[in-house]
Design a protein around this ligand. Structure first.
Ligand code: URP
Ligand code: ZN
Ligand code: ZN
Length: 470
């Protein structure tokens, strides 16, 4: 099947230009000067022609931080791979990197296999895995090399959640030493979980059990402290470190310092930390704040966190925007913490809205169009060993393409989203811009506000090492 996308504005990290894009099968065959494609399409007999006039033609979004079906707090994240990846496609994301999970006493290989089993034949879009090491022991350390050889080239460690996923400094150092040998990227959840648990216990014993105390008991300073500690450990081990879901100015400062000194330190943030806050959302009346419980927590609007995060995205101290998509319904899931915020499952769903929400940064003048593409597609591909197969519109790359209409609007609501959630964290938000057409490896998944894909369209991606490591 050949498809010609005509008259659009192709956007890359380095600029934008009018061009036509020819797709042959699953790959991009050529980028053509406007006006030359008529002859080419006649010659190649393009079976489908899409008019992209007035639209941006951008590489498909890559969400490198999702948790489909994550077991957490006695329940499971509510999106299956089938539902979550279809919702991602609706929002212009054509690749996810999900986190397979290993915990104490569990065998890494068996855990990974169970993740393959959950995803296989289910996904609407292409998918890859990081591996969470929640129980670092000799067997887990040994398994890391084999996983890297098989395309699982990044590992997530937690400085938070003692007794669940937590690793102590010695365990972290050992994993980092291994990564310095085998080239893996270390993804770090940086919050001082030991101190947080003490503060949370003290709050609960005073009867402070509402959702807002989830945020109040996780001070930004403890994200800054953990970020600094992880950087120092990474430097001792000689390993790269990538901070996931960075939320606080105090953490961003530590990342910026390390980067200024020339170290392999990277970070992502997520839309919830750019748009939502502790007072209005986590502190919403009644139990509504539970819908906004995630870790690290939403930060206070009084501080400069939001402004600093947008600046970090401009300066590249924040290289990536992911979602940390981890949806739970209010009913029966978030409600587990009705009596005590510590029992609310942590996570917010948003895989469907990332491209729209970050495009809003372009509209607001916080980011350039090129930087939107870079943070949402090209850098995630480079960071996690998928480039140039993914993350770029170039001859030979996978034909993962989004036609984005800057003149249309998107209304976000639980009534219209495609995620398995009974509320929306962004309810009622009106976005300037709209995901019009989504193409994944040459197949049109979204067109004319309808889904044309099928379960199982998505393929597993074996990743290489990060392009950023030399
Ligand atoms: O609250 C969050 N972030 N839930 C998902 C697990 C994690 O820490 O990424
Ligand atoms: Zn985390
Ligand atoms: Zn996460």
């Amino acid at each position: 099947m050949t498809t010609l996308i005509k008259n659009g504005t192709v956007v890359s990290t380095t600029g934008r230009h009018e061009a036509d894009v020819l797709i042959d099968g699953e790959k991009i065959a050529a980028i053509l000067q406007p006006g030359t494609s008529a002859a080419v399409s006649a010659e190649s007999g393009a079976e489908k022609v899409i008019d992209a006039k007035g639209k941006y033609v951008v590489p498909g979004g890559i969400d490198c931080h999702t948790h489909m079906e994550l077991p957490f707090g006695g329940t499971f994240a509510s999106d299956t791979f089938e539902i979550g990846t279809r919702a991602a496609a609706w929002g212009g994301t054509t690749t996810i990197i999900d986190f397979a999970v290993q915990k104490y006493g569990e065998n890494v290989r068996e855990c990974l296999d169970s993740w393959f089993a959950k995803a296989e034949g289910e996904c609407a879009i292409d998918y890859a895995f990081h591996m969470i090491l929640g129980g670092v022991d000799d067997a887990a350390l040994k398994e890391m090399d084999a996983l890297v050889d098989e395309g699982i080239t990044s590992f997530k460690l937690f400085m938070a959640y003692p007794g669940v996923f937590y690793s102590d400094d010695g365990q972290i150092l050992k994993v980092m030493q291994k990564a310095s040998e085998n080239g893996a990227m270390i993804c770090m959840h940086a919050e001082n979980g030991i101190a947080i648990d003490v503060i949370a216990e003290q709050a609960a014993s005073r009867g402070q059990t509402d959702p807002i105390y989830h945020g109040i008991t996780r001070p930004p300073r403890l994200e800054g402290e953990a970020t600094n500690r992880a950087i120092q450990l990474a430097l001792v081990a000689g390993a790269p470190v990538y901070f996931v879901h960075l939320s606080a100015s105090e953490a961003l400062e530590r990342v910026a310092e390390a980067r200024n000194e020339g170290h392999n330190v990277y970070a992502e943030t997520c839309p919830q930390y750019l748009y939502l806050n502790l007072e209005d959302h986590l502190g919403a009346p009644g139990f509504a704040g539970a819908g906004y419980v995630c870790s690290p927590p939403l930060r206070t609007k009084e501080h400069t966190h939001h402004k600093d995060l947008w600046r970090g995205l401009r300066t590249n101290d924040l290289a990536v925007v992911s979602t940390d998509h981890c949806p739970f319904c209010m009913k029966e899931q978030k409600e587990l913490g009705l009596e005590d915020f510590r029992a609310i499952p942590n996570g917010i769903g948003g895989v469907e809205h990332r491209m729209d929400l970050i495009y809003q940064g372009v509209v607001m003048g916080e980011l350039s169009l090129e930087r939107w593409v870079e943070t949402c597609s090209t850098t995630p591909a480079r960071m996690f060993g998928l480039y140039p197969q993914k993350g770029v519109i170039a001859a030979g790359s996978d034909a993962d393409i989004v036609l984005y209409n800057p003149s249309a609007k998107t209304h976000i609501s639980v009534d219209t989203h495609h995620m398995s959630m009974d509320y929306s964290a962004y309810e009622g938000l009106d976005i300037d811009g709209h995901v019009d057409t989504v193409i994944s490896r040459g197949k049109v998944l979204i067109e004319d506000n309808a889904y044309h894909g099928a379960k199982g369209d998505g393929r597993y991606l074996r990743r290489g090492l990060s392009s950023y490591l030399i």
